[in-house]
Write a protein that binds this ligand. Structure first.
Ligand code: G
Ligand code: G
Ligand code: NA
Ligand code: MN
Length: 254
């Protein structure tokens, strides 16, 4: 309850901020996109991880206004970078709670209109678990979002519950993010390697882009490239960065 009250005040006090982690095209090292990741800069406790406060925000319903703030902030920031010539896809994570909110499509549409960001420059990341909880409902929401012209990504793919018969519900998805747990084993574990190969080929068959998460070494990046995975994200390329560092002169992204 204390964290919940603190979260309300944090929003009002401007203590929430977004960091941005690059996604890199493996073919040429160019910037494919940035994923926005929420941070709470607490004046006393320091940086609080979303892993700590998002579950509380979800239980209290605060995730809806927080998620709206995230969408607006990320779209405005991306539009500003775009006006300076940096064109890429900005990704925003959606909670399952947001996915079941009837106002979601309107909130996304408003964020796009207010910022002037082209819809195709926004990607919404949704976890496999959120979709599989109620695939029929999720499909309707995904289709209403898709109709706005945004891109959809399925996050943490491979660790949730999804039998092959449920995969057809992923059809409107543009991007499949391969969970870090498989990437961790890609160089040493033939099973993880085989699973990644299968996900990449599934992505290609569905006309989707495969993005590997949590890439920490050059060897992992090379193994992913050899499997024809298009995009990678992880500490090997960059940690999530505060906005002011993303296209500054000292950063590789400039
Ligand atoms: O950046 P980090 O590793 O600390 O993120 C921890 C978790 O919090 C991840 O699962 C990530 O998807 C989630 N997360 C980060 N930012 C957001 C956000 O803006 N909205 C939601 N719903 N989840 C987020
Ligand atoms: O659930 P989601 O995939 O959105 O969460 C992404 C989380 O993974 C963020 O908290 C981000 O900070 C973290 N992350 C990103 N790259 C790496 C990495 O290379 N290694 C580790 N351990 N975590 C990473
Ligand atoms: Na994500
Ligand atoms: Mn993930």
């Amino acid at each position: 309850l204390e964290i919940e009250a603190g979260l309300r005040e944090a929003m009002a006090a401007g203590e929430l901020e977004l960091h941005y982690q690059p996604k890199i095209s493996l073919a040429d090292g160019s910037l494919y996109g940035l994923e926005s990741l929420l941070r709470w800069q607490h004046p006393v406790l320091g940086t609080i991880s979303p892993a700590t406060f998002i579950p509380i925000a979800e239980q209290s319903g605060l995730i809806v206004p927080i998620g709206e703030w995230v969408l607006n902030t990320a779209c405005r920031q991306a539009a500003e970078w775009r006006s300076r010539g940096h064109e890429f896809v900005i990704a925003v994570n959606l909670s399952p709670v947001q996915l079941s909110s009837p106002s979601l499509a309107r909130v996304v549409d408003d964020a796009l209109r207010d910022s002037g960001l082209p819809p195709a420059a926004l990607c919404l990341e949704i976890t496999e678990t959120a979709i599989m909880e109620d695939p029929e409902a999720a499909r309707r929401v995904l289709q209403s979002l898709k109709a706005l012209g945004v891109k959809l990504a399925i996050d943490d793919f491979g660790v949730g519950y999804s039998s092959l018969s449920k995969l057809k519900y992923l059809l409107p998805v543009d991007i499949i993010k391969i969970d870090k747990s498989f990437v961790d084993g890609i160089t040493d574990c033939p099973d993880d390697r085989a699973i990644i190969a299968a996900i990449v080929s599934l992505a290609h068959e569905l006309g989707a882009t495969a993005v590997a998460e949590g890439v920490e070494t050059e060897d992992q990046a090379n193994a992913l490239r050899a499997l024809d995975c298009h995009v990678a994200q992880g500490y090997h390329f960059s940690r999530p960065l505060p906005a002011y560092r993303c296209f500054s002169q000292s950063e590789i992204l400039s």
